[in-house]
Design a protein around this ligand. Structure first.
Ligand code: F6P
Length: 559
């Protein structure tokens, strides 16, 4: 029986946490001048410098032992081979199969799924070529110029983040819009600038049952028919990406316009599937494949590299050291790259929806911390927003800095400033500035750790590798914590209650706590007063008619 927190290795790490609590990261370099060379790794065009972490050689060695004694190796083999590791939903976890560039089969329920995956890619290739070339026309014979993805969570964050990151590769005649929030302002703003003749809607929803997405899709469909006519054929303007073909067809999307994927693809791991349709439309099918190839290279590294030279394993273990032994509650993601400004949001869902769990796969409550709060913002902006807390606050916040070495066209001077700022910040976080050796209002204590990830360039291939790196980092932590990283029961309660409350708000139901009840009453009154404001009340009607009767008959027509 795998009892993580009572294992010898876990207890040794607790001892080491006490023993090293006064260590200074900077001193590790003094005692080992080769630390940077020893604690940096290169994979293709990705470079990871993990030497500025608060880990001694002994701690790192013990962390590797923790991984060795955990279910990691077995769980990793199970994932890649299509075993059912998402046990509460009784599903395999096969986002890696979507980007499998090898010839080996991947068997699910006795069937090799690779032929279906390849067929799905072929359909994606044909469609993206038609739309990008202008061959695909709208109902009035015009080419598509606007692509609107309607989806939320994994059906939005992945494609949205990748399209934004690779904006330089975007098709010059296509504009991309992402609608996710159920707040009507979101869709209203996007639709206000669009022409239905040249707009293609992608309704992206794995289940085709998510309230926000269905409401936004219905509003888009109504907008389309109001702007054209109720009879206008929408088949050239609405496609769907879903595992639920029947629901998509019931919405009015023709079968051939449905891009399917499978239940064994988790929403937050789905951008490699047809959920990535906006990406293929934006950057083209060939570059979409480069994205998958980059991820595949990271997959091979994750499977083949020894644990002590394995990028996702090392990042995961250092994260576990901070979370479970040094008390870190959050993980900061700070891309020094404006094109990656949506990466923190994407990684929030990836990490927090995967490892925000408190029960292990055997159904027992865990007695240790699990997934961190992931947050972040681009540098150098963060330097003028929250770096003060990171430098002089009381909290221990590990940071991942991410940047690409190649500047965008004609921005060399800016890029030099960007990179030197990042290097300076990582240096300052580690070394601090305590001239007097005494912490005062002006000094920075330092000893605050960071990883530095450098990409040669922000290419589809390197971005694919970066995303897969984090997917596997999350996987490793979940495997060591022995939790299920692939279900998300916690979000079902809110969904159910939203439906229930919206139904009960009219019924003045008293099944709720006084706070919820009081708020429901306020919302109901507000809705009523808004509605009646549009239709005069009986009192208002009586007042108006009395006024009319009293008025002199002057021949002037009352306004
Ligand atoms: O947040 C819950 C969740 O189920 C995510 O896992 C998923 O990515 C999102 O909602 C959207 O789900 P769907 O793609 O089925 O609309």
């Amino acid at each position: 029986m795998y009892q993580l927190s009572s294992s010898v290795t876990w207890k040794k790490l607790q001892t080491l946490a006490d023993k090293t609590q006064d260590d200074r990261i900077a001193d590790y370099f003094t005692s080992d001048p080769n630390r940077f060379d020893k604690m940096s790794l290169r994979l293709g065009e990705l470079f990871l410098d993990y030497s500025k972490n608060k880990v001694s050689d002994e701690v790192l060695k013990t962390l590797i032992a923790l991984a060795e004694h955990s279910p990691l190796r077995q769980r990793r083999a199970q994932m890649f081979s299509g075993d059912i590791i998402n046990i509460t939903e009784k599903r395999p976890v096969l986002h890696t199969a979507l980007r499998n560039r090898g010839d080996e089969p991947v068997v699910v329920n006795g069937k090799d799924v690779m032929p279906d995956i390849r067929a799905g890619l072929k359909k994606l290739e044909a469609f993206s070529h038609k739309v990008r070339s202008g061959e695909w026309k709208g109902f009035s014979g015009k080419r598509i110029r606007h692509v609107v993805n309607i989806g939320i969570g994994g059906s939005d964050l992945g494609p949205n983040m990748v399209c934004r990151a690779l904006l330089n590769d975007k098709h010059p005649e296509l504009s991309f819009h992402f609608i996710s929030n159920v707040d009507g302002q979101h869709i209203k703003k996007v639709l206000s600038d669009l022409n239905p003749e040249t707009t293609l809607f992608i309704v992206s929803t794995k289940t085709f049952s998510t309230q926000e997405t269905l409401l936004n899709a219905k509003t888009a469909r109504r907008w389309f028919h109001e702007k054209t006519s109720a009879q206008t054929d929408m088949s050239q303007h609405f496609v769907a990406v879903s595992t639920n073909q029947n629901a998509a067809m019931k919405f009015g999307i023709s079968r051939e316009n449905i891009f399917e994927f499978w239940a064994w693809v988790g929403g937050r791991y789905s951008l490699w599937s047809t959920i990535g349709l906006p990406i293929a439309l934006s950057i083209g099918y060939d570059r979409f494949i480069e994205l998958l190839e980059g991820a595949y290279e990271m997959d091979r590294h994750f499977v083949e590299a020894p644990l002590e030279q394995n990028m996702p394993v090392l990042m995961a273990l250092i994260g576990i050291w901070y979370i479970n032994f040094l008390g870190a509650e959050t993980q900061a993601i700070i891309p020094y790259d404006q094109a990656l400004h949506q990466l923190p949001s994407f990684l929030q869902q990836l990490d927090m929806e995967s490892n925000g769990k408190s029960v292990d796969i055997d159904g027992h409550p865990v007695d240790f911390a699990t997934g961190p709060i992931v947050w972040g913002q681009t540098g150098s902006n963060g330097q003028h927003a929250f770096f003060q807390l990171l430098h002089q606050g009381t909290r221990f916040v590990p940071i991942d800095f991410i940047a690409s070495l190649a500047p965008d066209e004609k921005t060399e001077e800016h890029h030099f400033a960007l990179l030197t700022n990042m290097l300076a910040q990582a240096n300052a976080f580690m070394n601090g500035d305590q001239k007097s050796g005494i912490l005062d209002f002006a000094s920075c204590p330092g000893n605050r750790p960071s990883n530095i990830l450098l990409l040669e360039s922000l290419s589809p291939r390197n971005l694919g590798a970066l995303i897969a790196l984090y997917e596997h980092k999350v996987f490793v932590q979940g495997a060591i914590w022995n939790i299920n990283s692939f279900d998300q029961w916690g979000v079902q309660l809110g969904k159910r209650l939203a439906t229930e409350i919206s139904r009960n708000i009219e019924l003045k139901s008293s099944d709720y706590d006084p706070s919820t009840q009081g708020l429901m009453d306020i919302v109901r009154e507000h809705m009523h007063s808004k509605n009646t404001a549009q239709q005069p009340t009986s009192a208002a009607k009586a007042k108006k008619s009395a006024k009319l009767e009293a008025a002199p008959t002057t021949g002037n027509k009352e306004p």
